[in-house]
Design a protein around this ligand. Structure first.
Ligand code: SF4
Ligand code: SF4
Length: 175
């Protein structure tokens, strides 16, 4: 049994995931747990047991939305949101296909829009997502029209105010 992934998580995320005593508080508060295969608590157990492949192939690491509810609930100060982020990076670095194809597409589009405009622009990003993903094209259109009518979704993105700084942030993140 290899504990290589556990060591990697410790190094990259600087989190001691084996401190988890499985009180289940994180999983009980996770807003996307119903869509997950294992849930955050069990996923940490699998990391500790060296079940690297199952963890890195799981859709759970791609469904985590980084809301930090788990981290704020954990009595052992384990930051699962950071751990999930680290698992995603490790999964990609080891060449596994994303367990949730559309989640990876969404992530890449989001980062691309932030790089281009300096912040998220929902209409632009979701338009691209609809065209490129497997999500049915018309499924959220009524909700989108409602948000637009209430002025919640601007049609055009704002001009990027500090292009040099944004470029530097992205360059630094690559190193
Ligand atoms: S809340 Fe913390 S200690 Fe409890 S199961 Fe989740 S990670 Fe483990
Ligand atoms: S950060 Fe991820 S794992 Fe934690 S509660 Fe939010 S969605 Fe669930």
């Amino acid at each position: 049994m290899s504990h290589h992934l556990l060591d990697e998580i410790r190094t990259l995320s600087r989190r001691e995931v084996e401190l988890c005593y499985h009180c289940h508080k994180c999983t009980a508060g996770c807003p996307v747990v119903d869509a997950m295969q294992y849930g955050p608590d069990l996923l940490l157990r699998m990391v500790s047991l060296g079940q690297d492949e199952a963890v890195l192939k799981s859709r759970d690491i791609w469904l985590c939305v980084g809301c930090y509810i788990c981290a704020t609930r954990c009595p052992n100060d384990i930051d699962i949101a950071v751990t999930m982020d680290t698992l995603r990076q490790t999964s990609l670095a080891r060449g596994y296909p994303a367990g949730e194809r559309d989640a990876l597409l969404f992530h890449r589009l989001f980062m691309g829009v932030v790089q281009r405009f300096g912040r998220s622009h929902e209409a632009f990003m979701l338009g691209l997502f609809k065209v490129l993903s497997k999500v049915p094209l018309m499924i959220d259109v009524p909700a989108g029209i409602g948000l637009f009518m209430r002025g919640k979704v601007p049609i055009l993105p704002e001009r990027l105010r500090a292009p040099t700084q944004v470029r530097q942030i992205f360059q630094r993140s690559k190193t």
